[in-house]
Design a protein around this ligand. Sequence first.
Ligand code: AMP
Length: 283
Amino acid sequence: MIIYRKADEITQYISNKKKNNISIGFVPTMGALHQGHISLISKSKADNLLTVCSIFINPTQFNNPDDFKKYPITIESDIEMLVAAGCDVLFLPQREEVYPTGFIKTHYELGKLENILEGRFRQGHFQGVCLVVERLLNIIPCDILYLGQKDYQQCMIIEKMTQLRNINCSIKISPTIREKDGLAMSSRNSRLSHSERTAATIIYQALKYIKSNLKNKSIEDIKKTAYQMLEQCEFEVDYIEITDQHLGFVEHQDSNKTLVGLIAATINNIRLIDNLILTDFDE
Ligand code: AMP
């Protein structure tokens, strides 16, 4: 695996590959890699001749400075995992490579998507996500960008940003990879103590509860019980919502729509999110 730390060098490398019609898949990450990230690398490898991963903990998307400071960093094992997964290129930049002129504020017109759910609880977060992904896509102009459904709203925001900026790459969204007990894999899970880690399975259990009761209970009652489930496990709940696939809130059961359950909750200052398609009966 080739490691680039300089933006102009990787851009030059990618442009040479593009001249030779080599299709490029790109997986942006913040590191502390797990099998969720690796599943995206595998998807990219299956579709493209060249797979590029980036590891960059983007300061502009952290609304909480403590979360930024405590974000796990495991570069050595990340590199080992990427090599084992057959990733071709890693972009591992310092902040100045991504933001050579500092954090110049650009505003993205994201519409209602920006201030609901994650946006409501993490002011400015999605502007920061758009800024870094636009920068990374300028540095690494890929054919296909690989994202995880784990960050459902982020996928929609990035799709919107690429449309707003006329960025010519397609986006593929991959299913959430979970631990055996259902907890969605996340870099932040490594910060959980043993008892918090055990408690954290309640998030997936609550999503499953929502899914299995959708037909026989009111949405209001289902959400109430799901809240109680999380609170009994010492989680502070930011939101438990049921939406359509475009993240429009749904108050009443509608059998014609694809529905999604989304949860964000915090334990001991560690904020976890997860979601589940409620109308897909395979999961
Ligand atoms: P992050 O490093 O958390 O910024 O995530 C980088 C990419 O990996 C994003 O597209 C995430 O949605 C995706 N991702 C994170 N966790 C998972 C997971 N458990 N399953 C699948 N994709 C994931």
